[in-house]
Ligand binder design. Structure first.
Ligand SMILES: [Zn+2]
Length: 305
């Protein structure tokens, strides 16, 4: 790839990432094939997602633009045997058995030219969420896989202390896994709750979180039944055991906080929800919060009170 070609590649990729930023700013978390087709980037119309296989190189580009991993329920057969290595970097399987298949060459070109790519991750319930920018930082030919670095993906919700990563490979490995699952988890949970806080039904997507019931740090799984869509206020209150949720989907407020006297935020935002049912639960029964997980968390709330 000539330096001029590389600059052209970067211009189109930056336009693609800016387009995704705009979509996310509008609250869009889940993308379909159709959503990402016919996008105009730096004057060229293209598709951002592969239709058939996992690797996508638009005809206008010299190198691959995106990769895709379909959603796989835990315990099912995996279409790709991808995994996080002990170095905290992800492995993405090559197409087929030939490292020089044209799709693998397209990925190699992106690695050599250090071009940013988009990773489409399947969301529970359908569609894909976009993880970007990601970089391919190497390949392991005998294992037929590329090495993927996702540390440039902005994710303000999780702690990512770069300085300590070198000290503890296991920690780095775990953080990569969390980072990878966070966005599709959020997308799946917000879809299931129709972008509304379970406690108060507040509907501004940018002020909503996908909270874990069994906490992430304690090994909670990134599945919808282990999630709750909560506004920032109720998420923080839930994490600090100011607010609890019973296995019967009712809200409880910490005894001391319940009797505190403060302004309207405390009264209307917290105290008035005590004893009420959750305002929003997923339509599909199979996506509603897992009762044993809620109960375990509710016991922690009671013990903290
Ligand atoms: Zn709320």
């Amino acid at each position: 790839m000539t330096p001029e070609q590389r600059l052209a590649e970067l211009a189109i990729r930056h336009a693609a990432l800016a387009w995704l930023d705009q979509q996310r700013a509008k609250g869009k978390e889940v993308f379909s094939q159709a959503d990402t087709s016919g996008v105009v980037l730096a004057g060229q119309t293209m598709r951002l997602m592969p239709t058939q296989q996992g690797i996508w190189k638009p005809s206008q580009l010299q190198a691959a633009l995106s990769i895709r991993t379909v959603y796989r329920p835990e315990g099912s057969t995996r279409p790709y045997d991808d995994a996080v290595g002990s170095d905290g970097l992800y492995r993405y399987k090559m197409r087929g058995e030939d490292p020089d298949h044209y799709e693998n060459r397209a990925l190699r070109s992106a690695a050599v030219a250090r071009l940013p790519l988009i990773w489409w991750l399947g969301v529970q319930g359908g569609g894909y969420s976009a993880l970007y920018p990601i970089y391919l930082v190497g390949e392991e030919r005998t294992a037929l896989q590329f090495v993927v670095d996702i540390s440039a993906v902005p994710q303000p919700d999780i702690v990512w202390p770069a300085a300590e990563l070198d000290l503890d490979p296991a920690y780095r490995q775990r953080l990569t896994t969390v980072r990878l699952h966070q966005r599709p988890f959020r997308a799946a949970v917000l879809r299931a709750y129709e972008t509304a806080c379970a406690v108060c039904s507040f509907r501004h997507g940018d002020l909503l979180d996908a909270a874990h019931i069994h906490e992430d740090a304690q090994g909670g799984r990134p599945v919808v039944t282990n999630g709750l869509a909560l506004c920032k206020m109720h998420h923080a209150a839930y994490d600090r055991h100011i607010l609890g949720i019973t296995p019967d989907y009712e809200v409880r407020v910490n005894e001391a906080v319940l009797h505190e006297v403060d302004g309207p935020m405390l009264r209307h935002g917290i105290q008035e929800f005590h004893g009420r049912a959750l305002m929003v639960v997923p339509q599909r029964r199979s996506e509603r919060p897992d009762k044993p997980a809620l109960d375990a968390r509710y016991q922690l709330f009671k013990a903290a009170g």
